[in-house]
Ligand binder design. Structure first.
Ligand code: MTE
Length: 317
């Protein structure tokens, strides 16, 4: 991001669906039960976090899921941007091992009639948790296919009843330099803040992410709760959220503050608008060798283009 130019990624296997199904059988079977009962990590688990499956996970409606080969659990957890745990892709897996994600609360306030603080267990029960397979397109011109678990953020928003003044929504990551060593480095102004317009936040594709690969979120991917906005560059999807605030004015996000000429508020995936330092026309799917063309709105144009009717997407990037 800031930062680094698009990386050249080593090609390796991408998980086909059938392998994932077999893997899930394994994870949800004897080994999964063992991990739950014993409280220990699965054999071979890459980090100390207990891997816990999500109860009652159901498939998402077809409109909310893509049919493309999945990236592996290992790729998704080890090739990551989470600057609170370091700026190298491999840092978060190593440095978030002992990150405490329980107890955890998310304060929802600002321009709402019913401000409320949700515990993580409240959030897991608030709505049926779906598996949604989304494309993730990072601003650094790489991409992945991730089987997230969660539900539309709109389910939570309805609970707090935004007022007519709620035009935007801010998302704040935990600020705790003792646990998040990257926050000792002023690479960004902490805490990490991201934002959406209220209609973007209410769009059914906007996911309150609680897990991936059928399990609670791994620490490097923003445990215990994060945002996933699949038609925007990855940095819009804030991780490890502790506060959601409804506001009248457009928030200044962490990336806008850090480099306003490089990162705009909208940050919709747009192959026609280059980043000042590199092209956004193509991307490398992690695990593949050849680059592929980047799709407008990351391939979700049919569902989201109408949110931006009449806007000049070169100016409002
Ligand atoms: N959220 C926080 N709090 N800190 C970060 O550094 N990085 C962003 C986003 N969310 C980031 C963050 C970026 S640049 C990307 S590409 C995605 O997380 C990557 O997350 P994932 O690989 O877990 O999907």
């Amino acid at each position: 991001m800031l930062i680094k130019r698009p990386d050249d990624v080593r090609p390796s296997e991408i998980t086909p669906r059938s392998v994932y199904e077999d893997r899930r059988q394994f994870l949800f079977g004897a080994a999964g039960a063992l991990a739950l009962a014993g409280g220990g990590a699965l054999p071979g688990a890459a980090h100390a976090q207990v891997r816990e499956k999500i109860a009652g996970l159901r498939p998402a409606p077809a409109a909310y899921t893509v049919k493309e080969p999945l990236n592996t659990y290992e790729q998704i957890t080890s090739y990551v941007n989470f600057y609170e745990f370091g700026t190298d892709k491999s840092d978060p897996l190593r440095n978030s091992k002992n990150f405490r994600t329980r107890p955890w609360t998310v304060e929802v306030d600002g321009e709402v009639r019913k401000p409320r603080t949700f515990g993580i267990d409240d959030l897991l029960k608030l709505a049926p948790v779906e598996e949604r397979i989304y494309r993730l397109r990072c601003v650094e011109a790489w991409s992945m296919i991730v089987p997230w678990a969660g539900y539309s953020l709109s389910e939570l928003i309805r609970q707090v009843e935004p007022t007519a003044n709620a035009k935007f929504v801010e998302f704040h990551t935990l600020h705790d330099p003792k646990q998040m060593p990257g926050q000792k480095d002023p690479v960004l102004q902490w805490p990490y803040v991201e934002g959406l317009r209220i209609d973007e936040a209410m769009h059914p594709l906007t996911l309150l992410g609680l897990g991936l690969y059928g399990e609670l979120l791994p620490n490097p991917n923003g445990a215990p709760v994060r945002l996933v906005v699949p038609w925007k560059y990855g940095f819009k999807s804030g991780k490890s959220i502790v506060r959601i605030r409804f506001v009248e004015k457009m928030p200044t996000t962490a990336w806008m503050r850090s480099a306003p000429n490089e990162y705009g508020f909208y940050s919709n995936v747009n192959p026609k608008v280059d980043h000042p330092r590199w092209s956004q026309a193509r991307e490398r799917r992690i695990g593949e060798f050849l680059k592929r063309e980047t799709l407008m709105f990351n391939g979700y144009a049919e569902q989201v283009a109408s949110l931006y009717t009449g806007m000049d997407l070169r100016k409002q990037f």
